[in-house]
Ligand binder design. Structure first.
Ligand SMILES: CC(C)(COP(=O)(O)OP(=O)(O)OC[C@H]1O[C@@H](n2cnc3c(N)ncnc32)[C@H](O)[C@@H]1OP(=O)(O)O)[C@@H](O)C(=O)NCCC(=O)NCCS
Length: 164
């Protein structure tokens, strides 16, 4: 069991995409904004579209805080038959290195096995050591690179794959 700073357990949940979309999109944005060094790469509306998309799967990690539930991590993926693509994994700066991203992935992988998914793909900036460390820890292999895949700043992507 994972605990936060006040010793409350961290809960991992699969998001019900039909409930409170607007409010949830805003909360997901806030979590991403608190986790990426330069703020969220997506606006509220992008999270909203992901909640609407039939193929998306979203997991959140949350803690109870002052009678509210604070989302401290999120994982967004898209499923197409036997393949899953990771769109975003992020953990609030204040909650990093507590195994939250790892647990979010464990839940996604369990869901993938249930749905008979065969592999999970993702792209990552070549300079993103924490994320690459996480993916390697989970058993992802490097399967390619994409030149200048990212902008602001321009950077190559490493393509990684996990065979299930
Ligand atoms: C990448 C990220 C999601 C990891 O989240 P996290 O909850 O801190 O990671 P975890 O605590 O679950 O770590 C699991 C494993 O990842 C690796 N890892 C995590 N942080 C790391 C770091 N700073 N440096 C190197 N490896 C790291 C380790 O192998 C770790 O295993 P260990 O606990 O046995 O050491 C987090 O750093 C983040 O939100 N980064 C900004 C957003 C981002 O870049 N996302 C990826 C692109 S979408």
């Amino acid at each position: 069991m994972m605990f936060n700073k006040s010793n409350n357990p961290i809960k991992i949940k699969k998001v019900n995409k039909k409930e409170n979309r607007e409010q949830l999109a805003k909360r997901l944005f806030e979590t991403a904004d608190a986790g990426f060094k330069n703020g969220s790469p997506w606006e509220d509306k992008h999270f909203y579209h992901t909640l609407e998309a039939v193929n998306s799967i979203i997991f959140t990690a949350s803690i109870d805080e002052d009678e509210d539930e604070k989302i401290v991590g999120l994982l967004i993926a898209s499923i197409a038959m036997i393949e899953v693509d990771i769109y975003m994994i992020v953990v609030d700066e204040a909650y990093k290195q507590k195994r939250i991203a790892y647990q979010l992935f464990e839940h996604l992988i369990a869901e993938c096995r249930k749905r008979e998914v065969e592999r999970i793909f993702l792209e990552v900036r070549v300079s993103n050591r924490p994320a690459i460390g996480l993916y390697e820890r989970l058993g992802f292999d490097k399967v390619g690179t994409r030149k200048a895949y990212y902008s602001s700043p321009i950077e190559d992507a490493i393509v990684m794959q996990l065979e299930l």
